[in-house]
Structures are given as C-alpha cells and as structure tokens.
Design a protein around this ligand. Sequence first.
Ligand SMILES: [Zn+2]
Length: 383
Amino acid sequence: MNTVDAIDYRTEEAVRLTCAGGKIISLEPLGGVAPAGLPVLLPPLVDIQVNGFAGVDFQNDTGTRADLEKAANGLAAAACSRFLLTLITDRWDRMLARLKHFRDLRAESPLLTRRIAGWHLEGPFMSATPGFHGAHPPEFMVAPTPARLREIKAVTGDDPVLLTIAAEWPETPEAIRCARELGFHVWLGHTDATVEQLSAAVAAGAEGYTHLGNGCPPQLHRHDNIVFRVLDEAGLRASIIPDRIHVSPLLFRLFHRALDPARICYTTDAISAGGAGPGIFPLANMQVEVGADGIVRQPGKANYAGSSLAPLEGVRRAAEMLRRTPQSVWDFFSTQPAKFIGLPPALVAGAPADFCLLTKQGKNTRVEIHFAGEAVREVTWAG
Ligand SMILES: [Zn+2]
C-alpha cells in the first residue's frame, strides 16, 4: 500500500491517492490545510491513433509480441497508458489478416491487453482523390459495405473499434448505421464531402472527424473547403494533432475557439518514428524521412505521413500554442478521447494505478509518470 498526496487537477483540492497491487484503492479529499508544494495529480494519456512507435511499425505482418511491447513501453514513457492500434489503408484481405495477427499477439500478453485499448482502422473506406488520400495508397480504397464491416467485427469481437471513413461514398450512410449497430465508433476523415454528405453521415451516426486540418490538400478554396464544412457541422467531435506541424499554432487556437471544448481530443497519429529522433523509418511499404524539424515526409512529396510526436510532448506543445497551463489542456489527451471511445475512466478506485504528477519548479515543470503504482519516468520541461 502506498499513498500520494497531491492536488486534484479537476478540483484543485488536496487529495490522497492510495494504491496497492498496481490498482487505485481510493482517492479521497485530504481535509485540513493542504501542505504547500504538493504536485498536481493527472490521469494517464490516451491516444486514439497510433500507427507505430519507438521504431516499431504496425503496418507490417512480421511484428512480434516483443515489438508491440516495445512500442507500448515507449508510449508509457510518454505518459500514454492506453491507445488504439491503428492500421492504415492496405489491400482489404491484408488489413484484416494484420488486424487478426495483432489481436492474437495482444491476447498473449497481459501488458498489451492493458495498453492496446482497441483498434482504429484508418481506411480503406476513404477518399482516393489526390490531396485527400494523403500517404494512404489510393488503389486500395474501397466502399464501406455491411459485409466488410461484419468481416471486421468477426476479428475484433467486442473490442473498441474506431473507423475513419469518407462521407462521399454513396454507401456511407447505410454503412455508418450498420457500423453503429455493430458497436463501432465512426469518425469521418480523408474526405472532401459536401455539407449535405457530412450532415447525412452525422445523421446516420458518425461521431467525429479524424485529425482535423489534415487529410486534405495543403491549399484549399478560400470560401468553401472541408475544414470549414466540418467546423460548421455542429455535433462532430474532432481529433487534432498538437505537434505545431500538422496544424499551425494559429489554426490550433482558432479550432479551440470554434469548437465546443467538450468535443476536442488530441492524437499523435504517430508512426514508427514516434518518440525517436531524425532518420529513415518504415511506414507500411514506404520509407519515410524524419527531418531535424521532426516532420515526417514521404521522400519527394509535400504531404506529411504521420507524426513523430510523443503524447506527453503533445500536451506541452498544446499548452504552449494555447498559452495555457499543461493541466488545463490535459483532458484533451486523456479523459476526452477515453470517453469518446467508451474506455473505462482512469483515476478512480479499482482502475490501474496509472497517473502523472506535475510539479512546477521555478520556470521548469517536472512530470513524473507512474504506471501500476511504479515510477516509470520523469520528464522536465524547461520554462
Ligand atoms: Zn490520416
């Protein structure tokens, strides 16, 4: 049994967290006068779009349990306790086989069972139009159909599943209704849908929009474009990549003004370069290049191909772009994505003893990451 006294980031009140056996036993108000200098207690991060991390690419068929555990531990060192393992567009039978392979690997590993909260299929039901398919191979895009959705369900069982699909397929509204009946979450993305198509998708059950501001050409019409249409479609949640690269600080701030904060979450959209330095990294059958600027590019192409962002660093950059404290943006990368995908809440009795402690030290900020009650890593952000 061990206890941590801290300030709850939600209420700003002093609390005592009691943990034993890797679980939270209780989280109670401390009462009395709180001692000065307590750290701020925060939940672990949740990332709903991770294509690879720590040198490990999820877009291949030879990944081993050790590879997945390496990626999961890399994410844990970046404060992320749960993530949706994300597969990008490939030939349909290969995607299904890959999904099954990773699900089998997860079942063998208690660590992976805890960390891989579910699956995100980004494709193949998206736009094949240049500029909108991004780094996804357009030749493998196919229409969403109930038959294909049932094939996914046969692999994933009752696991949380997020599908990113384009709204302009004639099949999309019916497919969304079918996906919702199967228990899937449907977000729109890599799409140039009209206002009417977006509205029809939302009416059918689409809940969100994947990496708003990306999955579209770098140059858009000034009067009417997919970003404006999504912002105008009340009711859609949105994920945003807070790396300063995929969305400029200016646009990032504007998104936070235009969208209801309860509808925003962050994601890294990290590839194998996530948490690593510059270099050449695998992404499916491509080699992508990460520059000293941290930007992931397909050699010779202008579009970005995922990010090298680590989740905790995403919190730091978001806070910096919004000129706010890290704890005030923390929910966008923790409780909100968890809620959007229906994952159990963290920082409650019975949950794993996964949490972060944030301490201001002069101009610097220290973040301690604790998983299953054990200190995992300490990060200091220079002020
Ligand atoms: Zn994408």
